[in-house]
Design a binder for this molecule. Structure first.
Ligand SMILES: Cc1ncc(COP(=O)(O)O)c(C=O)c1O
Length: 364
């Protein structure tokens, strides 16, 4: 059986009767840039995320960039973050000439380790940038305590955590700003690129509105050099529909993860824990295996997808070669042992069983 990492076609088929007429309606209105659907989506998302402002932009990478820009980040500033993430987290820091200071992660959560953050603070540190990796929130209380102690800002990379709560509060509502991605395979995915910044800060929101639209607050009047980084109206149409289903999508992801954990419980594999005090919205189902490459090859040979997120952490990437880092032994170890398996809301129990059989075969 062919089992993909995600099945966007099946999701579209399920939503087709809602999406097609809404797209046609928007086409007939022909208001393509910052139109009524973007405005409505921003309002609905702000409500959903329990923040004062949600501002669409062109991608998750831009969301990080704009969040850091409006935090006043300048060349030479240091941003403490994780190297076990997608390149965009580090790129956005680099766009501003700032320096990513990569610290190690926790072996059990794969998220940034607050103790390592504490040790990395210098007088140039401005921001702590946790990534809620794979849909599980980082240890925000501990990070917040450090931020308060040293007067730092927190900017959350929520690209993988849409709808994930930490101790009752939404990720994206826990720092100065949250940066979301609507890349098609994300928990809330568009049909192209898209992103969003969440914030409770009125001034940050005002600045982002200006920066994302060529530095302009009034048409053809440009206050600052800005960017062309707007969420597309047609993407907003799709996202508004999917937003209504996001909780159900995330619950289904959890169901799939629970089945994986149950069927693989008797193996030597290290399975992702499902925490009590926060959600895990399972953007990825990622386990740790000592014989990772062998397991991957065996599963792939049965036409079942699996993928390594992330094989090369940022501190070992050529693009970040000029970033001084201390040793990151946990990050290095995890990048050698991590393997992600198919997970998507429409995945059937039978599909999960088939994947598990292939894993168990490989482990036998
Ligand atoms: C952790 C993380 N940060 C940032 C991004 C960047 O988002 P985008 O691809 O929408 O630019 C992604 C996803 O691709 C991501 O996974």
């Amino acid at each position: 059986m062919n089992i993909p990492m995600v099945d966007l076609k099946r999701q579209y088929e399920n939503l087709k009767s809602e999406i097609d007429p809404a797209l046609l309606q928007s086409l007939s209105e022909s208001c393509f840039i910052l139109g009524p659907n973007v405005e409505a989506f921003e309002r609905e998302t702000a409500d959903y995320l329990e923040v004062r402002h949600a501002l669409g932009c062109a991608s998750g990478t831009d969301a990080l960039h704009l969040a850091l820009l409006t935090a006043g980040i300048k060349p030479g500033d240091e941003i403490i973050t994780t190297a076990f993430t997608f390149a965009a987290t580090g790129e956005a820091i680099r766009y501003l000439g700032a320096r990513p200071v990569f610290v190690d992660i926790q072996a059990d959560t794969l998220n940034i380790d607050p103790q390592k953050v504490n040790a990395a603070v210098t007088d140039r540190t401005r921001v702590i940038l946790p990534v809620h990796l794979f849909g599980r929130a980082a240890d925000m209380d501990e990070l917040q305590a450090i931020a308060e102690q040293y007067d730092l800002l927190i900017i959350e990379d929520c690209a993988q955590s849409f709808g994930s709560r930490y101790r009752g509060r939404m990720t994206g509502a826990l720092g100065q700003a949250g940066a979301f991605s609507f890349y098609p395979s994300k928990n809330l995915g568009a049909y192209g690129d898209g992103g969003l910044i969440s914030t409770n800060d009125d001034e940050v929101a005002k600045q982002i509105r200006i920066y994302r639209n060529h530095g302009s607050s009034h048409r053809y009047h440009h206050d600052v050099i800005g960017y062309n980084s707007r969420l597309d109206e047609l993407q907003a149409v799709i996202l508004r529909i999917k937003l209504k289903h996001i909780d159900e999508f995330n619950q289904n992801r959890l169901r799939v993860a629970q089945t994986y954990n149950r069927l693989l419980a008797d193996t030597e594999l290290e399975l992702p824990a499902i925490p009590d005090d926060r959600d895990h919205v399972f953007h990825q189902y990622t386990l740790l295996a000592d014989n990772r490459d062998q397991l991957r090859d065996s599963v792939l040979s049965q036409k079942i997808a699996c993928a390594i997120y992330y094989p090369v952490p940022l501190h070992r990437q050529q693009a970040f070669a000029d970033t001084n880092t201390t040793a990151l032994p946990v990050t290095d170890d995890i990048s050698q042992r991590c393997l992600s398996f198919p997970i998507f809301p429409e995945m059937t129990e039978q599909q999960v069983e088939t994947v598990c059989e292939a894993i168990l075969d490989a482990c036998a």
